[in-house]
Design a binder for this molecule. Sequence first.
Ligand SMILES: Cc1ncc(COP(=O)(O)O)c(C=O)c1O
Length: 585
Amino acid sequence: MEKGNDGSGAPPTGSFLRNDPSYSTRAIRAGFEPEAFSSLPIVPPITLATAFKQQSADQRGKFFYGRLDNPSRSSVQDAVAALEDAKHGVAFGSGTAAFAGVLQLLQAGDHIIACEDLYAGNWTYLHSLGRRQGIDVEFVDTRDVNQIAKSLKKSTRMVFLETPTNPTLKVMDLQEISALIQQHNLKIDENTEETQPQNSEKELVGCISSLSICGTNSNDSPQTLSNKETHNILTGISSDGSPRTVLESQSENILTRTNSDGGKSRADLEETKQILTETYSDGAQPTSLLSKSILDKYPQKIPADFPHTALNKENRRISNNSPCTDLGDKTERIPDGLPTTALSEETKGIQEGFPRTALDKKTKRVLIVVDNTFLSPYFQRPLNFGVDLVMHSCSKYLNGSSDVIMGMVCTNCDVLSEKLKFVQCSAGAIPSPFDCYMLHRSLRTLPLRMERHMATGLVVARYLEGHPCVRKVNHPGLPSHPQHQLSLEQTYGHSGMVSFYLKEDDLEKTKKFIQSFKLILLSSSLGGVESLAEIPLLMTRVSIPPEMNAKVGVTAGLVRLSVGLEDAPDIITDLEQALEAAFLS
Ligand SMILES: Cc1ncc(COP(=O)(O)O)c(C=O)c1O
């Protein structure tokens, strides 16, 4: 990527990466075309409808129930994805819900490496709900790639980064971390090929297809799941790639519904999907797919020549017990060595084209996730460095007006996007159409706002750095920042986030300082048009153990400032008088 001044009229930043000269156009037009509505509105309307009329009972349009999708949400998802250089965006009701959604990609026993000065809410979530979910959490200083390398273990499935971090503005080397994880994933692939005979995946996929079809074929009609549906189930199923058991009772449920009255009772398609999906994504142990009791129950009904080549012995029994008359037909289409029987082209695509997904044989791979809240996609686009998922608290810079709580996850991977959409709809942690509208409106001014945040933030940071009452300033755009050079190489600039240490680590003086502001508001949020200040130790990080705060540099003298869009001289005047009040009066 080329470096240099971005020609936007903002003060020269030296040598941050040069941004896309059409980024503002993208921000204004992405995700919406007036032609999508008969009235041709020039901005996306707010669609409040909770449900949408269907043309017929078995045919539904793109939108049919508001929790599942909605025009306002759909267009803002596309817009944020476009700004992140991503194919997909998945919106959530808050940044925290987006984080929780990402964690749903993991399951009990999975190990996550997270940067140690993660946003306090996410840190606390991992410690409480994450651990309760069975996730093995390890916090390391992810600035040092060797520490990540040392922490990688067999069960590691995710590296979660924030760059720059909140509130100490440490910067992670995305390229270096990506290279490490890529190497690690390559080794996993080799080992997977050695230890897992090709057949095991074939069997897994075959079994699942069979079960899915069994579940839906109740009254002698050969009703199969569509490709898309099968694909959805599979993506829910194989999140760690190991063949897992269908819990005994759940398996019986599936079959009982199918067979309870002599094969005539119907397992509803939705129910079957639900059961299967839940079953396989719940962290059950990797043992046989089928329980002994089921085999015992349906022992003798399979002809030896049952044509399920991709199924193992156990599963033939089950499959044959249900009237899947067209299954053989599908089975014949299995190409040798490709475990995509009865599955769609989409699934083949996943297996061949998306190496970091949880579905193909490389399923033990590690995903890299970046919280990009502090910079917004205008200044940093981590997917271009090999990151798998980017998440945002849209409540901050993306909306930028301190009047929306919302979250978003972006990815280029179809499978991860499908999984996240499943979480979005199933958990129901969705944003309101009004918030989607508000965010979409704000995206249009993102480049302008971010340029101004950067310009004023730098002026303020330089002022603070030269002040005798300030010991140290954290701002990646300052040459004094330990990773200044790295920031220039992986970002297009820096936002209005500055943190700094007052000359004394004295909580009373720090309180006096920030309570003396006349313009800057004392508040724990950030990224809005108004300048906000907080004491992390007392406010946003009060739930973090003191030793962890001390380790990452959160001390009594640390102040975090979110520089807004007011005039720089006014902000500086306010800082000056507050410093005087705290230290010189
Ligand atoms: C870096 C970062 N990530 C995530 C969040 C959580 O976002 P939300 O408040 O929208 O849930 C925050 C909130 O402050 C944050 O600062």
